[in-house]
Ligand binder design. Structure first.
Ligand code: NDP
Ligand code: MG
Length: 393
């Protein structure tokens, strides 16, 4: 049966990889809507090729430029503008599956709209789950949405868990072991990282990703966000989620069982594998990724994460432990700090101090609505921006 898909964040790294997998199985997937933000030329090309019913952007001027390109390309796709339009195409009754691949808190409302309307949700936008964990997971239960992780570690864990796994029936699972590549600065001392550039931070040794997640991988904040993400997805407390650094990025994560068994999922570091897994689930489809050649690899290494030179991981664990709106505050402060670093306003090692200071100064609450989560996000952004101003070079 053909799946009708809305692809949020179509112009990003995950979006483009999703279309590459879909290209191999055109008969199985129909694109209902594509969204983008600044890369409207790329979005126009995608619309001309896939002919979705709708294309969504956030800004009127970009919407007009996109419409003009679509007219030139003889493309019947209708252009919609605004955050509500993202939610509308994510919850439209004709849509079966939503790929949530907008980066950061900008993806919260549309991802939640997909969840609340009971879709099959392919979750790349980890920030939405980090921000609104309780509300998000309750919405999954209430709407009977199917939540499939795209993040390679969580997708690996999902594949290694018993099919009947739940918080009441853990099937002997004792721990989750999240793999981390260690990022481009693995082995570096904190003092040496003070002067690294955005270009160095974004040059990830194993994965090709958008700028924000590349910086998060370099600080290890990405792993911290992933610990929180895994906690929600698999109903596991942070004490039972360990991080293991594995520089080759071949083992994408592992599940430890009570009897001493450890199950792992392996593959080359290529997001087409988890994307294909989630697109086809519970079936399997070909993704275009080569078969793993273990003999050629010959060696896999593991080490403990370096918490003292990469403080963001520990900061994220603390936010997970505090709970309530602490993860939303962590995420908001991190988004501000990462953007300030990319804009060359603060140094790389100051990202951790902006986040830490924001968390220390914030009065935590238990958010009972999405609006409360967004308020926490807004307040934390204000606090983090003030901190950035104080330390700006
Ligand atoms: P990119 O930066 O490559 O793409 C982000 C997408 O979101 C683009 O389509 C971009 O549009 C759009 N976007 C950016 N800002 C906004 C906004 N304010 N409102 C609406 N749309 C916006 O990121 P990635 O594809 O790398 O990552 C996407 C998500 O997937 C992130 O949450 C990331 O953590 C997660 N993820 C990514 C992995 C990867 O390997 N890349 C792995 C695991 C998770 P435009 O480009 O047109 O401006
Ligand atoms: Mg990941």
């Amino acid at each position: 049966m053909q799946q009708t898909i809305t692809l949020l964040g179509a112009t990003g790294t995950i979006g483009v990889n999703t279309l590459k997998v879909i290209d191999r199985h055109p008969e199985q997937f129909k694109i209902f809507a594509l969204s983008g933000h600044r890369q409207f030329h790329r979005l126009a090309q995608q619309c001309i090729r896939y002919q979705p019913s709708y294309a969504v952007v956030l800004d009127n001027k970009i919407g007009a430029q996109l419409s003009a390109l679509l007219v030139d390309g003889n493309c019947p796709t209708e252009v919609l503008v605004g955050a509500q339009a993202l939610c509308d195409v994510a919850s439209d009754p004709s849509v079966d599956s939503v790929m949530a691949a907008i980066v950061g808190s900008a993806g919260l409302r549309s991802t939640m709209a997909a969840v609340r309307s009971g879709k099959k949700v392919l979750l790349a936008n980890k920030e939405s789950l980090v921000m609104a964990g309780t509300l998000f997971m309750q919405a999954v239960v209430d709407s009977e949405a199917i939540l499939l992780p795209i993040d390679s570690e969580h997708n690996a864990i999902f594949q290694c868990l018993p099919t009947y796994y739940s918080s009441d029936h853990r099937g002997g699972v004792s721990k989750l072991l999240l793999s981390a590549s260690g990022g481009p600065f693995r082995g570096w001392e904190l003092a040496h990282m003070a002067s690294v550039t955005p270009e160095q931070a974004c040059a990830h040794p194993k994965w090709e990703m958008g700028q924000k997640i590349s910086v998060d991988s370099a600080t290890l904040m990405n792993k911290g966000l992933e610990v929180i993400e895994a906690g929600w997805l698999f109903a596991m407390s942070p004490e039972n989620i360990d991080v293991v650094v594995h520089p080759q990025s071949i083992i994408h994560s592992l599940v430890q069982y009570l009897d001493g068994s450890v199950l792992a999922q392996l593959g080359y570091p290529d997001m087409r594998t988890p994307i294909a897994h989630a697109l086809a689930w519970p079936e399997r489809i070909e993704s275009g990724v080569e078969n793993l050649d273990l003999v050629a690899l010959s060696q896999l290494d593991f080490e403990a994460p370096d918490q003292s030179n990469f403080p963001c991981l520990q900061i994220a664990y603390s936010a997970a432990k505090i709970g309530g709106d602490a993860p939303a505050v962590l995420n908001a402060a991190n988004e501000i700090a990462v953007q300030a670093f990319l804009d060359r306003r603060i140094g790389f090692t100051e990202i951790a101090s902006v986040v830490d200071n924001t968390l220390l100064a914030y009065k935590f609450n238990e958010p009972e609505s999405l609006a409360a989560v967004e308020e926490a996000d807004m307040i934390a952004r204000g606090m983090a921006m003030a901190r950035v101003k104080r330390i700006e070079r």
